[in-house]
Design a protein around this ligand. Structure first.
Ligand code: ADP
Ligand code: MG
Length: 248
């Protein structure tokens, strides 16, 4: 497996790191059978790729081996975003190379300079991404990956754009919805959640991203622009059970 250099940019701040640790714990509590997790959102730019990378990093901090798969073959930004570079500027192969039969699974799998993080890039944009993701090769790739990695985090296209995410859902153990605070209306989120549920995937929860924290309290007048929170279905369920018990 070839080593590739990536530069993820600036480290998340203290609050974000705290949230990520909680997120990592919540993922672990989803069970050992939840290892292939997809991330999607209603709209672009809500923070899927950022959340995927930061969660991957948090997981590697606890000794896990994580594969990040960029499945968005419509608009791939990962190579550019992470300044990924192969020696002598050779082409970086990706999912579309593999799914179109031009390259093997091992050609598209890269080890990174960040310990424990492995990457599959999307590859060049294609005109038929949905059809490509439906190919049995995609399923095979994920199945094989499960033998080598503790977690496979699949970064998907937004739900509002196409049905790609619902196709990817078929090979996943769970899905997480990334929601930008104030980004989209509740009705749309509910609508998109229903669409995702229809694919049969277990929705593990949602990440509320880019939370604007302002006001009083411990932080005084500081204005915390970004903060991530993780809401899990399981935690909601526990909360409901507790409330019910208290009533009885
Ligand atoms: N929690 C966050 N704090 C600060 N900036 C963020 C956060 N999440 C995302 N961003 C920024 O928002 C933009 C879109 O994020 P990105 O992860 O590319 O979204 P998506 O993958 O959903 O399209 C990027 O410029 C990213 O740096
Ligand atoms: Mg993205």
């Amino acid at each position: 497996m070839e080593l590739i250099n990536i530069d993820p940019g600036k480290e998340p701040g203290y609050e974000m790191k705290e949230s990520l640790r909680t997120f990592r714990t919540n993922i672990a509590f989803c069970g050992t059978d939840v290892r292939v997790i997809m991330f999607t959102s209603c709209m672009p730019d809500e923070g899927k790729s950022t959340v995927v990378f930061n969660l991957a990093k948090a997981l590697t901090d606890s000794g896990k081996k994580v594969l990040i798969v960029d499945s968005d073959m419509r608009k791939s930004v990962m190579i550019h975003r992470y300044h990924a570079y192969r020696p002598e500027n050779q082409e970086i192969y990706g999912l579309s190379h593999y799914l179109s039969g031009q390259n093997t699974a091992s050609d598209i799998l890269y080890q990174t300079n960040i310990d424990g993080i492995f990457m599959v890039f999307a590859g060049p944009s294609v005109s038929n991404p949905t059809e490509m993701l439906e190919r049995v090769e995609f399923q095979k790739f994920v199945e094989i990956g499960k033998d080598y990695f503790d977690y496979i985090l699949i970064d998907c296209a937004p739900l509002g754009a196409a049905i790609d995410a619902a196709i990817v859902a078929r090979v996943c153990d769970g899905a997480i919805l990334v929601v930008e605070q104030g980004g989209v209306g509740a009705r749309m989120i509910i609508e998109q959640k229903k669409q995702l549920e229809a694919s049969g995937v277990r929705i593990l929860g949602a990440v509320l991203n880019k939370v604007k924290m302002s006001g009083s309290g411990y932080y005084g007048h500081y204005y915390k622009k970004y903060y991530g929170k993780y809401y899990s279905n399981e935690a909601d369920e526990k909360g409901r059970r507790r409330k019910k018990k208290n009533k009885e």
